[in-house]
Design a protein around this ligand. Structure first.
Ligand SMILES: Cc1ncc(COP(=O)(O)OP(=O)(O)O)c(N)n1
Ligand SMILES: Cc1ncsc1CCOP(=O)(O)O
Ligand SMILES: [Mg+2]
Length: 306
């Protein structure tokens, strides 16, 4: 088959699943292989951004050449080896970050220590301090207050962004975005790993999952699933079909879905196979946050799992 026939076959097999994503301009191509070219073009037509279409083109080439030995349009790449990832489960790797529970459950992302305490006392099992400030003393104070606020509860506390202060204060873990991770030297990644703190990493598609996997973090966050007003996102909402594929591919990791999730959408997101749902507005923006936490946790218990 030539590249055009491969593109047409992939689109015919998968277009229905990815409705709602406008096509993206394709290119450049780095290889003459027709499967790579056809699959990359098809994935761009399905709305995957350039770096993700490139990853998928290469993954489709790997499935065809190394796994199946023939092209199969129905075989959407879904195995870590297709994407050149190292051995799974990642926790067994020598360079793995400290493990965390595979099901982190409801995960509240919170603007200050007071909210962290409120979420922990409401029984939310995983909480994050997302305190945005360049004032190092204020950050240190807020982190100490957040650690004090979860004392006596079972909540696991992650600190967003401020990883050195999180180590100094003895938090359970840190959460970093892709840019945060890119800003670290290899020695700093090793320093964080050696601290024993758990590391969660944000991802917004295939290329970012591959990038995050390179440091073998404790969990991966997948988002934004739905539109969110809380944060200006560089990429469009991923939607449920992609979330299902991402969760299937990265199933060796504890996974967290984030972005625009409320009690009504929670069961659909959980059905992807993730073990955790992260929320901001569904808790912080609720008229009665404690009642919202009860409802969200009840939905987590009741929702059918993948
Ligand atoms: C659980 C979880 N997922 C994603 C994010 C976003 O992190 P990041 O990409 O670093 O963006 P900021 O939160 O720093 O604006 C998160 N905080 N938590
Ligand atoms: C911090 C962050 N990262 C990806 S989406 C998001 C915000 C999620 O907020 P909400 O649950 O209110 O949509
Ligand atoms: Mg960040």
């Amino acid at each position: 088959m030539n590249a055009q026939e491969i593109q047409t076959a992939i689109l015919a097999a998968h277009r229905g699943r990815f409705d709602g994503h406008p096509p993206v301009a394709v290119g450049p191509f780095h290889d003459e292989d027709p499967v790579y070219r056809g699959a990359k073009a098809a994935c761009a037509a399905l709305g995957f951004i350039e770096v993700d279409a490139e990853c998928l083109g290469r993954a489709w080439q790997a499935v065809t050449q190394r796994r199946l030995g023939r092209f199969d349009a129905s075989a959407w790449p879904d195995s870590p080896a297709d994407f050149g990832l190292r051995d799974f489960p990642p926790q067994s790797r020598e360079d793995a970050f400290a493990p965390c529970p595979v099901a982190l459950g409801l995960y509240a992302v919170l603007p200050d220590a007071e909210w962290v305490g409120r979420a922990a006392r409401a029984g939310i099992p995983t909480v994050q301090l997302r305190f945005k400030s360049d004032d190092a003393a204020a950050v240190a104070r807020e982190i100490d207050a957040a650690i004090a606020a979860v004392r006596g509860t079972d909540a696991l506390l992650f600190i967003n962004d401020h990883w050195r202060q999180a180590i100094a204060a003895g938090a359970y873990g840190v959460h970093l975005g892709q840019e945060d991770l890119d800003a670290l030297t290899a020695d700093e990644v090793q320093e964080l790993r050696a601290s024993g703190l758990r590391l969660g990493v944000s991802t917004h598609g295939y290329a970012e999952m591959v990038r995050a996997d390179a440091v073998s973090p404790s969990y991966l966050a997948l988002g934004a699933v739905f539109p969110t007003t809380l944060k200006k996102m560089a990429t469009a909402p991923q939607g449920l079909a992609r979330l299902h594929d991402y969760a299937r591919l990265m199933r060796g990791y504890p996974l967290v879905a984030i972005g625009g999730i409320d009690a009504d959408r929670l069961p659909q997101a959980l059905a992807s196979g993730v073990g955790s749902i992260a929320v901001v507005r569904a808790f912080v923006g609720a008229d009665d946050p404690e009642a919202a936490a009860r409802l969200l946790m009840a939905r987590m218990r009741e929702a059918p799992r993948a």
